[in-house]
Design a protein around this ligand. Sequence first.
Ligand SMILES: Nc1ncnc2c1ncn2[C@@H]1O[C@H](COP(=O)(O)OP(=O)(O)OP(=O)(O)O)[C@@H](O)[C@H]1O
Length: 500
Amino acid sequence: MSRPLERGRELLRTANDTATETLHPLIVVCRGLRRLAAAGRQRWSATPRERRGPVVALGAVGALAVALVPYGPLAAVALLTAAAAWAGRDSATRETGPSEAERARLHAVYEALVPYFSVPDDPDPLYVHGGAPEAAFVAHAFDPAGRPERLELRYPPYYPDGEAASRERIEQVLRAKCGRGREYLFGWDEEANVLEMTVLPALPADIGAQPFVTSPGETVLGFTDHSSGVRRTLPVYGGEDGTEPRDEPPVVWRTGPRSTAPHLIALGRPGSGTTTLLRSVALQALRDGDVLVVDGGGTGEYAFLNGRPGVLSVECGLTGALAALEWAAHETERRLIAAQEAQGLGQPVPEDVRRPLWILLDRPAVLTQLAASEERHDPQDLLRVPLRHGRAAQVTVVVADQFETAESLSEAVRTLTPARVVLGAYSSEQVRAVLGAPPNTTPTPDFPPGRGYARLGPGPVHRLQVPATPDPADEEAPAFRREAVLALLPEPAPAASADR
Ligand SMILES: Nc1ncnc2c1ncn2[C@@H]1O[C@H](COP(=O)(O)OP(=O)(O)OP(=O)(O)O)[C@@H](O)[C@H]1O
């Protein structure tokens, strides 16, 4: 390259840089004004027609007020310039907007929605083949892989958004087009005809058994996400070795006489973590109550509870289970009678009647099968009294079984356990079959153990991660987790330890 030409280019570049630097504030303000105008246009098109009149009236009143106030117009110009300077400040992502690939992705999502969000006689269709997604998609954000992770879209008012099947159809399309294998949260704003789709981060699975800060009558089933609407948080320790302090929103189950969901059932497939949930409940129950465990699976995963204060018995066989449950049914009746007598005499309810009694049954369906083959009494029949009358007698029943064999559960177990948990990757329909309501997020195929959904009575469905609470005898579980479980056990009574 010749020297004069090179010098000429250098001069040009310098002049350009100087001009850009000098005019920078003006460029920023202009860019900001453009962005503010674009945002305004977008908001205006997102405002339903019936709300536009009041918005215009409000704007007019505001403009009049500014015009009448001394220095009002000057202050308004200064404010607008400041807002434009803020909105126009440099930001690589805002400047560039969605990339080509991301725009193509939005187009694909938009086109896939056209058949659902359009009718032939709509004079002003929001969704039309070859149309512009910008008009319908109010906001969007992408993850580093270029997949939409947030999408706020408008849909026509005639779409039957109140019907579960109609919602499900749209949610399925969005899941398929935005990328499967992630957990999506869908928020339908029926009044504004706006659907918001958000990709949720996986729930943390690093919280283990530990002393949870709860009141008597409260049991932590697990933890959910901060966007779940659960306002309360609990201080917990998590992290790789369980020593990192933080606050997490818990799913707290309230039991006892005023509970709206006094008994619980947890269903899942093998290995989904229902036994772990029962262990976690048992450890919390032992803080101020007595626990009776019936382990239909007979795998000995509750043996570590044997001999601890508050543990009435841990039964694995049919004979032991029948005896224990028969006792529990009589105990429920005894407590009821004692409480009524005390109340009749105007005396306080005796302490032994107020002490919570927990009946934990793991895989009762197996015992029912055994009882049928041996022509013996079905142990589930003995649960009827505790399930019906347990609430007033401080008796709480928790049942865990497999989803696939749930039809072997008795009617009493199925109908009198309004607190529900389902663990494992099940479809929305399957989750709804257990909880009575569909989850508002989509289960992913790779749920880790202890991950699922909970619903307490008529309340909302919560995502749930059960605290890791391994059997202390499980050598595959990390040592610090097993030690944490042992640390929560009540110390054996001195006399009992001397006998050993
Ligand atoms: N919340 C959890 N966090 C970490 N690991 C878990 C959790 N729940 C379960 N696990 C692990 O997953 C495995 C299976 O758990 P668990 O025995 O509780 O499942 P299950 O549903 O009772 O299955 P099964 O009926 O086959 O015993 C165990 O190794 C357990 O330690």
